[in-house]
Structure formats: structure tokens, C-alpha cells
Design a protein around this ligand. Structure first.
Ligand SMILES: [Zn+2]
Ligand SMILES: [Zn+2]
Length: 239
């Protein structure tokens, strides 16, 4: 099995990672988005009738802000309604209200402890994306034994957060993984160095009297730096 480009891939997971790298997307962002999409689609379709999920919600499971919105949007897209979302949010709200009512009877330190606990929404979609992120990082480090993958990882548009994640996982891995990563890291640092120089030139040309000097390359560096810090934008899965 091979991806659409030249990276060798053994399964669909690897095809997806290869595709992301070949299309200039961060493969770890892509894996996270894919997992979030799948989890939200599942929740929108079956979440309201899933007894196991409801039982977990009675124990405090809820949704973070982005995934509350994500769930509502996904359901609207899939079914033109937001009824399942309402059923799920009702279950969360009930549980949260019970907690808040109990809290008002506590002293200040008890309330602070309660809010510290509430600050983690225990979002199941976040749990799935974190898991997908870890799996993608481990798989990419594994794939770096292949010279083509190693080269693609070195030049790929990996976002800064995921460079950190890959690097940290490599540092915490075996000696072999760490040494394989060091050549990827060197190539990534070279890429970031070049990007930073172009970005500086772009910024230098940003004044109105110099704006006509901006090159296409500098402009592209501006966009690439936003992807570096903001992660790869989600692709449109509805088409
Ligand atoms: Zn990323
Ligand atoms: Zn979440």
C-alpha cells in the first residue's frame, strides 16, 4: 500500500498521515481533526440514545466549549436539527446544577475546590482527540525509520505545538527513536530558520512606503507562520 505520493504506507492511518504531509498539512493536527469529526458525528447520531454515555454523564462527563458548539454544528449538518444536542446538554446541565447548588452551601475553600474540579469539563471528544494526537505522534516516530518518511517529516509543515509533542515523545523514547528524531529536528529547525527570515523581511516591508517590495515568497511566509502557530485549518469534510 502506498499513499498518493511516494511515502510508503501500510494501512489507512498511514495513508492519512502521508496524505497530510504531502499536501502541506500538519499530520498531527489532521489526525486530531479526523478524530474530533468522527467523535462528534457519532455523538450527533447516537449520543442521545447511548445508555453508556448517559451513565457517564451522570458521573460528571460534559463537553468543553468548542465541542459543545462542534456537536451542535455537526448535528445541524447531519440531521437539520439539534435535538440530540439538547438531550445531551440537558443531562450535563442537570448534573452541573446539582454541583453548583451544593457548592453554594460550602465555605470559600470548598467552593474553590469545587470550581477547580468543574474547570475540567471531562469532555469525551477532547479525550478522543488527545488519544489520536498521541497515536499519530507515536506512529510518525515509528515511520521515521523509513528514509522517505524521515525526509518528509523534516520538511513537512508540522505546527509548532506538534513539533514540541513529537520532540518530547522522541526524547522520552528509546535511543534509536531519539537519534532518528535528531535528524528530523535539524531539518525542521532549518525550515523554521528560513521561515523566520522571510517573515522578518515581510514584516520589514509592511510599512506603506515599502509595501510594493513584498514578494510572493514573503507573503507565503506570513501565511505559513499563522499555520505554524495556529495549526493546520480543518479541511472541509462535508463535500
Ligand atoms: Zn499540528
Ligand atoms: Zn472537548
Amino acid at each position: 500500500m502506498t499513499g498518493p505520493g511516494k511515502l510508503p504506507a501500510r494501512d489507512f492511518e498511514e495513508i492519512r498521515l502521508a496524505e497530510a504531509l504531502e499536501r502541506g498539512r500538519c499530520p498531527v493536527c489532521d489526525a486530531r481533526q479526523e478524530a474530533s469529526y468522527a467523535a462528534l458525528r457519532g455523538l450527533a447520531r447516537e449520543g442521545a440514545t447511548d445508555r453508556g454515555l448517559r451513565a457517564q454523564m451522570d458521573k460528571g462527563l460534559g463537553f468543553c466549549q468548542p465541542h459543545s458548539l462542534g456537536l451542535a454544528r455537526m448535528e445541524l449538518l447531519q440531521t437539520s436539527s439539534q435535538l440530540a444536542t439538547a438531550v445531551l446538554l440537558d443531562a450535563v446541565l442537570r448534573r452541573r446544577l446539582t454541583t453548583l447548588k451544593k457548592l453554594s452551601g460550602h465555605d470559600a475553600s470548598g467552593q474553590l475546590r469545587g470550581f477547580a474540579e468543574l474547570s475540567d469539563p471531562r469532555c469525551p471528544v477532547c479525550a478522543r482527540t488527545a488519544e489520536a494526537s498521541r497515536a499519530a505522534v507515536m506512529r510518525l516516530l515509528e515511520l521515521s525509520t523509513d528514509p522517505a518518511w524521515s525526509a518528509a517529516l523534516g520538511t513537512g509543515e508540522i505546527c509548532l505545538d506538534d513539533i514540541y509533542a513529537l520532540w518530547a515523545a522522541a526524547a522520552g523514547g528509546s535511543k534509536e527513536v531519539a537519534s532518528r528524531w535528531s535528524s528530523v529536528a535539524a531539518a525542521q529547525l532549518k525550515r523554521l530558520d528560513a521561515l523566520q527570515k522571510l517573515l522578518a523581511e515581510y514584516a520589514h516591508n509592511s510599512t506603506s512606503d515599502r509595501r510594493h517590495l513584498i514578494t510572493r515568497e514573503q507573503q507565503a511566509a506570513g501565511a505559513a507562520s499563522i499555520r505554524l502557530f495556529g495549526g493546520t485549518a480543518d479541511r472541509d469534510r462535508t463535500r
